[in-house]
Design a protein around this ligand. Structure first.
Ligand code: NI
Length: 169
């Protein structure tokens, strides 16, 4: 099932999500639906709050569905360690057509549970590290526009306000 993507300023995007406690068929279905929804929206990452589910899980696939080995579902994820810095343009399915440069760690090691509840560690750099940090932020109610300068954030919010007035948001 393809879920519609929740857009800013829906309050679910600002909430701290709850831990996942049940590792059952419903969770596997949610993960499968999230992949379907993310591919339909042509994203490389999707956090559960973005489909209106305030739970601590996200998925990433930097290959956009081309390489099954790149499909990752991280449940109750934690950032274990970070290294270095990168400054690149970032976007978000919940903020369509908004892009800005965001400073992130270059390399990130994550710890998370899989859909059957087993803990694992995974790491990545560059784009994958950026996706890990961006999606992990969603679980704490943080958007990438909260990580740019105050002036840039205000410009972005004004632009969204104008689009809302025109009915284009
Ligand atoms: Ni996002």
């Amino acid at each position: 099932m393809i879920y519609p993507i929740v857009k800013y300023p829906d309050p679910v995007l600002a909430r701290k999500a709850d831990p996942v406690t049940e590792f059952d068929a419903d969770l596997q279905k949610l993960v499968d639906d999230m992949f379907e929804s993310m591919y339909a929206a042509e994203g490389i990452g999707l956090a559960a709050p973005q489909i209106g589910v305030s739970k601590r899980l996200f998925i990433v696939d930097t290959s956009l569905g081309k390489d099954p080995a790149k499909k990752l579902a991280l449940i109750n994820p934690e950032i274990v360690s970070t290294e270095g810095k990168q400054l690149e343009e970032e976007g978000c399915l919940s903020l369509p057509d908004i892009r800005d440069k965001v400073s992130r760690a270059f390399h990130v090691t994550m710890r998370a549970q899989n859909a059957t509840g087993e803990w694992f560690e995974t790491d990545g750099d560059e784009l994958l590290a950026r996706a890990f940090q961006h999606e992990n932020d969603h679980l704490d109610g943080v958007l990438f526009i909260d990580r740019v300068s105050r002036l840039k954030r205000e410009l972005i919010l004004r632009r969204i306000g104008r689009l809302q007035k025109k009915g284009e948001w």
